[in-house]
Ligand binder design. Structure first.
Ligand code: 13P
Length: 294
């Protein structure tokens, strides 16, 4: 792994070819129900809309919601991409009231619908507050709260039971990447965290290398390509054809300067953005980058 490497010439060539093919497929796109089975996978793949989602983590107060107006405006100006913000749970209802045109999400949910779990929030509570998405299994929760793949899978199932789209996070640590086990670690997380029978309607995956979160370091585009391809293949193994439609987001130090190249990598269907989602000025360029590629 290296810091923000320039795109290698080889990668640029491959990317240009894939983008040209992508445009070609889009022109030939027919409805999914059109019955062209041979091309079904390609059509579904091309039908994936980019999602630019912000994760505010444990940041933000009521006055921070003023940032959402510019984000809502950008989302409305670029209807070809989906945009969401996941503020702290205390702000969900207020955010929904303030910017009804912007999708709001939560950052975690309990796997149970109710019960004696002091301090926790259930999926139905978050849905009632107005959330549409919920992030589950973020590496900060896997590390701080010791969440296992099994916990994450149960949370994703709870999200689905209550009409929330689950954003299941996976990602390797720096030690794991240095040891050459990144792909094995991440695909095992997919196998353990993705519920059987998940569909593209309610499952999104976010690949977030732990060492890239909040550090200003990003994987090379070749590494992103390799990991997203491996995740797609593992999803196919886990949930079959449905995997083609599942969006795989990249997260980890995404910003207005690197978003366009990261979002152009095949199988990168959007971004999960931390620090740069906290302000309109930093988040809107990422939405615009996604829109340009849509
Ligand atoms: P940063 O964009 O701040 O690196 O955070 C990424 C992240 O963890 C989003 O969930």
């Amino acid at each position: 792994m290296r810091k923000e490497d320039p795109i290698s010439p080889c990668f640029t060539d491959v990317l240009a070819l894939l983008q040209a093919l992508s445009r070609d497929w889009q022109m030939k796109m027919v409805p999914l129900s059109g019955g062209a089975d041979t091309y079904k996978g390609k059509y579904r793949a091309m039908a994936r809309r980019k999602l630019i989602a912000g994760n505010w983590k444990m940041n933000g107060h009521l006055d921070s919601l003023r940032e959402l107006h510019g984000i809502e405006k950008a989302a409305k100006s670029h209807p070809q991409v989906d945009v969401a913000i996941c503020p702290p749970a205390t702000l969900i209802a207020a955010a929904v009231a303030r910017v009804p045109g912007l999708a709001i999400g939560a950052q975690d949910c309990h796997s149970a619908d109710k019960g004696a779990h002091t301090g926790c929030l259930s999926a139905p509570m978050l849905r009632e507050a107005g959330a549409h998405y919920v992030i589950v299994g973020h590496s900060e929760r896997r590390a701080d709260q010791g969440e296992t793949d099994e916990d994450v899978r149960a949370k994703a199932e709870a999200a689905h039971r209550h009409g929330l789209t689950a954003i299941v996070c996976v990602g390797e640590t720096e030690e794991e990447r240095d040891a050459g086990t990144a792909e094995a670690v991440v695909t095992a997380q997919i196998a353990g965290s993705v519920p059987a029978g998940a569909t593209a309607e309610w499952l999104i995956v976010a690949y977030e290398p732990v060492w890239a979160i909040g550090t200003g370091r990003v994987p090379t585009l070749d590494d992103v390509l390799a990991m997203h391809t491996a995740i797609r293949a593992k999803l196919v193994e886990s949930i079959g054809d449905e995997a083609e439609g599942v969006r795989i987001l990249y997260g980890g130090s995404m910003n207005g300067s690197n978003a366009a190249e990261l979002l152009a990598v095949p199988n990168v269907d959007g971004g999960l953005v931390g620090g740069a989602s906290l302000s309109t000025d930093k988040f809107v360029p990422i939405i615009e980058a996604g829109a340009t590629l849509a």
